[in-house]
Design a binder for this molecule. Structure first.
Ligand code: C6P
Length: 411
C-alpha cells in the first residue's frame, strides 16, 4: 500500500474531477449516480492521453521499443492492482472487461470443471443480475441447483437461513459484498469462514465495495473477487478478477485466442501460464493503465478518511430525506456503504428521477439490475442516490431541495 501523501480536503479533491465543474440543463451538475459509474480525475484522463500519445503499441508480442514500453506499463498496472488488493502474486490478478466478465469467467470455467449434478451454488436475494444469470446458466448446464439466501426487510442477509442452506453439497457461494440497490455491507468474513468450513469456494462481487472500502483478498482468504474499473474512477471496459493461484491453475481457459496459448498445432493446443491463460486476444491496454492511475489517485488518501467522509454523507442524506413527506428508505441495514435508495409514496421513481434531472441532479431510477430484489420488496424500482468521495454536503442539500420540489409538483 502506498503511503498517504494528500490530506483529505474535499474542495481540493473535487477540483481533480473536471466534469464536476460542468452544467446539466443549465444547472451545475450534482452527480449522485456513482453506483452506475464514477467520474474520472484529471490524472486518469492524463494517463489515457499519455498512453496514446507516447506509448501505444500491442503488448506481449513486439520486440520493438514501443511494444516493450506498453508491455511494461500494462504489467506495472497489474502490480499496482495486486498491491491494492493485497494479492500474493501478480498472476492471480486477471484483467477482464469488468465485474460481469469476471463472474462469467468463474461461472463458466470453474463451474464447468467443478459442478456436478446434485451440487449446489448459493447466491443471495440482493444479487445484481450479473451474479444471478451466469450461475443460472451454468447450473442448468451442469445439473446443479441454485439456492438463494433470503433477506430481512432491513436489507440484511438472513444468516440463520444461510447456515441452513450450507451443506456438503454446496460447492460455491457467490455473493455481493456491497449491495448496489440497498447499500448493505454483507458480513463477508463470516460467509467466507462458514463456506470454507463445508468445503465451498467463495466469489465476492466487489463492484460496489472497492470504491468505498479497502479489501485485502489474502487476509480475508477470498477465493475469487471481482470488480469494475469504471466504478472506482477508472475507465469503462476494464476490470479485475482476483483468483487464488491453485484455483486458477486448475481451471480451463475461458476463451481461446492469441496470448493465451503456449503452442498451437491443428492437432492440439497447449495453454500459456497465468495470467495469460485467461487473457485471450489484445486486451484493453489503456484501460488497465487508466485503472492503475485511478488506484494511484485513491491511494493518495487515508482510506479511513474517505470512509468517514462517505459515512457522513450517507447519514446526513438519510436524515435529510426522511424529513420529506412520503419518503421511505429501502435498505436500512446497520452496516451500509454510501448508497441511498428510496421511494416516495404514490410517485413513480421514473417521474421523480426526471424532475431531479431537470434540476441538474443525476440519480438512477428503476430496478438497478436487481429485479428479484425489487420483487422481494414488492416495488417496481427505487430512486437511488449513490455517493462518491468527491460528493459533499452541498450535493445532499441540492438533492433534498430538488426532491422536495419534485414531490410538491407531482403530488
Ligand atoms: N451496477 C448500477 O447502477 P459491470 O456492468 O460489469 O461494470 O458491473 C455489473 C455489476 C455487478 N455487480 C454489482 C453489485 C453492480 O452494482 C454492477 C453494476 C450498476 O448499480 C449498473 S447496473
Amino acid at each position: 500500500m502506498k503511503t498517504v501523501t494528500t490530506e483529505f480536503n474535499i474542495d481540493a479533491l473535487r477540483s481533480a474531477f473536471p466534469i464536476l465543474d460542468t452544467q446539466v440543463n443549465g444547472r451545475p451538475l450534482i452527480y449522485l449516480d456513482n453506483g452506475a459509474t464514477s467520474q474520472k480525475p484529471q490524472s486518469v484522463i492524463d494517463a489515457i492521453q499519455r498512453y496514446y500519445s507516447e506509448q501505444n503499441a500491442n503488448i506481449h508480442r513486439g520486440v520493438h521499443q514501443l511494444s516493450q514500453r506498453a508491455t511494461q506499463a500494462y504489467e506495472d498496472a497489474r502490480e499496482t492492482i495486486r498491491v491494492f488488493l493485497g494479492a500474493g502474486n501478480g498472476y492471480e490478478v486477471l484483467f477482464t472487461k469488468g465485474t460481469t466478465d469476471g463472474i462469467n469467467l468463474v461461472a463458466s470455467s470453474w463451474g464447468r470443471k467443478n459442478l456436478q449434478p446434485g451440487d449446489e451454488v448459493i447466491i443471495s436475494t440482493m444479487e445484481h443480475h450479473s451474479n444471478i444469470v451466469p450461475w443460472q446458466m451454468i447450473c442448468e448446464e451442469r445439473g446443479a441447483t441454485l439456492k438463494v439466501i433470503p433477506i430481512f426487510d432491513s436489507g440484511d442477509l438472513d444468516m440463520d437461513a444461510f447456515d441452513a442452506l450450507l451443506s456438503d453439497k454446496t460447492k460455491m457461494v457467490a455473493t455481493v459484498h456491497v449491495s448496489n440497490s440497498l447499500g448493505t455491507i454483507n458480513p463477508v468474513d463470516e460467509i467466507i469462514q462458514k463456506s470454507h468450513a463445508v468445503g465451498a469456494k467463495v466469489l465476492l462481487d466487489g463492484a460496489q465495495s472497492v470504491p468505498h472500502m479497502r479489501v485485502d483478498v489474502k487476509a480475508m482468504d477470498i477465493d475469487f473477487y471481482t470488480f469494475s474499473g469504471h466504478k472506482i474512477f477508472g475507465p469503462t471496459g476494464v476490470g479485475v478478477l482476483y483468483g487464488k493461484e491453485e484455483l486458477l491453475n486448475a481451471m480451463p481457459p475461458y476463451q481461446g485466442g492469441g496470448d493465451m496459448i503456449e503452442k498451437v498445432t491443428f492437432e492440439k493446443t497447449t495453454y500459456n501460464t497465468l495470467p495469460h491463460k485467461f487473457e485471450a486476444g489484445t486486451p484493453n491496454i489503456v484501460g488497465g493503465i487508466g485503472l492503475a492511475a485511478a488506484i494511484d489517485f485513491v491511494n493518495q488518501y487515508d482510506p479511513q478518511a474517505l470512509i468517514d467522509h462517505e459515512q457522513d454523507l450517507l447519514d446526513y442524506a438519510t436524515t435529510s430525506l426522511l424529513d420529506l413527506k412520503g419518503v421511505k428508505i429501502i435498505g436500512t441495514a446497520e452496516k451500509k456503504a454510501s448508497v441511498l435508495s428510496f421511494i416516495v409514496d404514490g410517485l413513480h421513481p421514473f417521474d421523480v428521477g426526471t424532475l431531479l434531472d431537470q434540476q441538474g441532479i443525476a440519480v438512477r431510477t428503476g430496478h438497478h439490475c436487481t429485479q428479484p430484489l425489487m420483487d422481494r420488496y414488492g416495488i417496481p424500482g427505487t430512486i437511488r442516490a449513490s455517493f462518491a468521495i468527491y460528493n459533499n454536503r452541498a450535493d445532499v442539500d441540492a438533492l433534498t431541495k430538488a426532491l422536495s420540489k419534485a414531490i410538491d409538483m407531482l403530488s
